[in-house]
Structure formats: structure tokens, C-alpha cells
Design a protein around this ligand. Structure first.
Ligand code: ZN
Length: 301
């Protein structure tokens, strides 16, 4: 044994040397690339982001199709567990997502020759391009998207805040940063969800009946629910709960059916917005699954 052990620390030192901490510039570059990716790509299907889009409580963007398919448990086991890893339990039902409504910059979206390239989104107030370069937000519950700058202006001028697009009132806490990179923003979103959950609400501000499941402990001990009411549930009440869950499942199914139909209708539309697959016949599901594994040059913003 003797001196042999001495070689181990030496190797460790070598490895340590090789894996030196990245520089601030490197970190910034990686962050920028990641942000760019999440602004252009659905992280689950890895398809390009294309409206209709939804977002979870962390401000991430997904294609609505992807989330519906996930909620319905469609697709392969492997992809399902991969999606679980990405969503981290944040999306368990439709009420956990909000459809984000972007204003499309039609001028920037068209090529010089009138053909259409990748969609560009803009703030309807400031005209800022919404993407990885601009701090962007959407409002809950309506889902309209703006530059953070526009919303800050509103907060300064108006007492009760209303959406600049649809006049729906919103609370300042329900301004959701899209693909946030700032640790303060990320922490605030986590805190917001904690607060909402305690009130029995979901990200979309809809009631979260599933919340009672999480509070099994409270139930068995006959404790107090989030609103401070004693929660002694009769069997009748839990029966109603099951019924409402069934209704929700039916709703997801129904929505999915509609969405499938819409998707077929939309495929022609989609091919207008994306120049990627004009050569392929639109509408084939094969095309839908395989396209867009790489970010096309046109998508770089
Ligand atoms: Zn709105």
C-alpha cells in the first residue's frame, strides 16, 4: 500500500484544475443561450414554440398541445417521465397553466418578399420585441403579454391596475416574468405559488380542489384548512370532490378533442408562420412530431 495512495490526491488535483469555475462571461453566455432556447423551443417536445402557448407558475413557455398531451398521459412512458422532470410537478391540471397571448409583429414576421418567417412578438404598448433580450411579463388571469417596462409605467400611473389590452383587473403579484433569469424574480414566483396554494388557489387563480389531497395530514387530524375553517369532511363532500375531478378529466378530454381538430385546421396556418416545412405536406402527424429538432436560423433573435 504505502506510497500508492499518494497518487489519488494528485489525480483529484488534476481534475480540479481541469474543471475550473467558468468565468462570469462564460456564465453569462450560457445563460443567454438557455434563455434564447426557452424563448424559441418547447422544452418538452423540443418543437419550436408556436401559438397557442401556455405558461406555468414559473413563467416558462410551452406549446399548449404539449401540455394537453401531457395531462392526458398520451405519448410514451419515457417522454412522460422526461416531461415530469421538466415540469417538476408544477402542472397537474389545466388550472396550473395560463394561455399567454402575444401580440404578433406582422411587419417583422414577414420577409421582404411577403413570405412569412418565424413569428416575432412585440409589446403592444412600447413596441419592444418580446424575447430573450427584453424583460417580458404576462398578466394572470388574462394572459396578455407586455414588456416589463410597460407594466411598470402602469403601476406608477394607475391606482387599480387593469390590463392594457383587455382592461381585466390584476394584482401586482400576478405579473409573471416570462423565462425569468433574475434570482429575485424566480424567488418571488415561488413565494407567490406558496401564497396561492395556502389560499387554495392555482396559478391561473382558479380554485384548486386538488389542494385538499396534499393536506391529507390536516384532514386526518381534523385540523384547520388554509382559509382557517375547520375541515371535517363528510363522506358526501368527498363524493362531490370525486365527481368534480371526473368532470375535470372529461373537460380535458373534450378540450383535447377540440384542440386536435383545431390543430388540423391550424396546420395550414402554422405552415404560413413557419418557413421550415413548406416542402412537406402539412397536417401529417409524422411531420408534427419530427420537425424542428434544431432551432432554425430564422428563429435566432
Ligand atoms: Zn388582458
Amino acid at each position: 500500500m504505502g506510497n500508492d495512495g499518494g497518487s489519488i490526491p494528485t489525480r483529484r488535483e488534476l481534475v480540479k484544475e481541469a474543471a475550473r469555475d467558468p468565468t462570469t462571461t462564460q456564465i453569462r453566455e450560457i445563460q443567454h443561450e438557455q434563455t434564447e432556447y426557452y424563448w424559441t423551443t418547447d422544452p418538452i417536445s423540443r418543437n419550436p414554440l408556436a401559438r397557442p402557448l401556455v405558461s406555468d407558475s414559473l413563467g416558462k413557455l410551452y406549446n399548449k398541445d404539449t401540455i394537453l398531451e401531457y395531462l392526458l398521459g398520451e405519448g410514451e412512458e419515457a417522454s412522460k417521465s422526461e416531461a415530469d422532470g421538466i415540469l417538476q410537478g408544477n402542472v397537474k391540471a389545466l388550472r396550473d397553466i395560463v394561455e399567454v397571448k402575444f401580440e404578433v409583429d406582422k411587419e417583422a414576421t414577414e420577409n421582404g418578399d411577403g413570405s412569412i418567417k418565424v413569428e416575432v412578438w412585440k409589446c403592444p404598448i412600447t413596441n419592444d420585441r418580446l424575447g430573450s433580450g427584453t424583460k417580458s411579463v404576462y398578466l394572470v388571469p388574462c394572459g396578455h403579454a407586455f414588456s416589463a417596462r410597460a407594466i411598470k409605467e402602469v403601476a406608477r400611473d394607475v391606482e387599480s391596475e387593469r390590463c392594457l389590452q383587455c382592461s381585466e383587473p390584476y394584482a401586482s403579484n400576478d405579473v409573471i416574468p416570462i423565462i425569468p433569469t433574475n434570482p429575485t424574480d424566480i424567488a418571488r414566483l415561488a413565494l407567490r405559488m406558496k401564497t396561492l396554494k395556502a389560499k387554495g388557489l392555482s396559478h391561473s387563480l382558479k380554485k384548486a380542489p386538488g389542494a385538499s389531497k396534499k393536506r391529507k395530514k390536516d384532514k386526518t387530524e381534523g385540523k384547520i384548512d388554509a382559509n382557517g375553517h375547520a375541515s371535517r369532511e363528510s363522506p358526501k363532500a368527498s363524493g362531490i370532490k370525486n365527481a368534480s375531478t371526473a368532470a375535470l378529466a372529461a373537460k380535458v378530454l373534450q378540450e383535447q378533442e377540440q384542440n386536435k381538430r383545431r390543430r388540423m385546421d391550424n396546420d395550414n396556418l402554422k405552415s404560413l408562420f413557419t418557413s421550415r416545412d413548406q416542402t412537406k405536406p402539412s397536417g401529417s402527424s409524422n411531420d408534427f412530431m419530427t420537425r424542428g429538432y434544431t432551432i432554425p436560423a430564422g428563429a435566432k433573435r
